[in-house]
Design a protein around this ligand. Sequence first.
Ligand code: 5AD
Ligand code: SF4
Length: 449
Amino acid sequence: MNKNKVYIETYGCQMNLADTEIVLGILQNNGYCATKHSEEADIILVNTCSIRDNAEQRIYGRLGNFKTIKDRKPDLIVGVLGCMAERLRKDLVEKKRIVDVVVGPDEYRRLPELIDVAFNGDKGIGVKLSKTETYDNILPHREDGLQAWLSVMRGCDKFCTFCVVPFTRGRERSRSLDSITDEVKQLSERGFKEVTLLGQNVNSYKDNQNDFADLLAACAQVDRSMRIRFTTSHPQDLSDKLLYTIAEHPNICNYIHLPVQTGSNRILELMNRTYTIEHYLELVEKARKIIPNVSFSTDIISGFPTETFEDHIMTLDVMREVRYDGAYMFNYSPREGTKAFKMADDVSEEVKSKRLQEIINLQQQISFELNQELIGKEETVLIEGFSKKSDKFLSGRTDSNKVVIIPLDERIKTGVYVKAKIDRATSATLFGEFTGFANLLEEHLSLTG
Ligand code: 5AD
Ligand code: SF4
């Protein structure tokens, strides 16, 4: 086969980054090879996101660019993967007409066959959702590195009223625990130092008797010098067992991404989030008792239908109360097919954006203050390489995912853990001095011994 060079671009969440690696794994098993240059590709794939309208608009713009390439090179195959494929197959194939292949998140195994269909001049379309597909036996294609994504479950059954994910990614299903720990082992043998377990709602992970806490513990045991992260947790089903598991294992990061979405109970109910702010705050308090130094990050939506100024103030109040390390903050975007789509989108764009800006400003202030509190303290940092700005400095990250910059030191290699004493901080970055090497394994022995 000579038309075998694939270029793939990925948009959206970490799940999509993990899916792209699965797609490349499948394609490589079928004789394709990846290229980093769209100009030399025979096949251009775009792994897409539908979560908000602006994500889709950006991707439509990008598809326009690829159309220009295709005009010059008519044999080129252009394909759309992921959530937009699932949601907009008609529009993409019939209206936009530049797309030859459309494949939703559960049909990637058929991609080689669907690309063949496109090479033969037809449209290759596969958009069925599955109740069982987890790509359990597919080894994702990963470049060497320190950090890997690993999806442990797919889909979502929560049906938050604003969210398109249950429609584009289908029902919840989990991968087997053994296949996940095997993959973690392989990553460890390849020198990876950090694995992030991914799922739309990892707390509903289930494999026979094993829940997500069991999975985390099993992954943490594979290699004590490897950091284990996870995302995303839903506040409704974050169990005590999970909190104790995080506390017991030094290599499970003390960091919980716990989307709150809004500070108003009335809006939470309209969102079908199934918890109250009181429950949420109790959970945060409990986690802080069980896991000393635990940090939180969150997602917040500004301007959900009927949101009043008072509701907005409640969101700011929750942020002040929890003091998140970080937040992903968005304007509400109506998505066709969701329950909220039937409600009037009655907060004007202007008001949404004004409130969003206040939310962003507050978060920045909180991040800045939290980082100032770290000055004088010692942090364990996994060194990732040179700092982005200068090769006279090294960059790494703490357990709570904060970037730390330290001066270059010949003794320090990429992929090692060091202790750094923090002496300066902005809202986004910590600056420190190297004070010695750190060993996650020893921390574990001191905790258990
Ligand atoms: N509008 C704005 N934000 C949304 N999110 C999901 N759907 C929407 C939407 N329709 C946000 C939520 C979720 C994160 C992944 O994206 O905050 O937690
Ligand atoms: Fe969407 Fe809610 Fe599921 Fe998250 S939990 S993917 S916001 S439906």
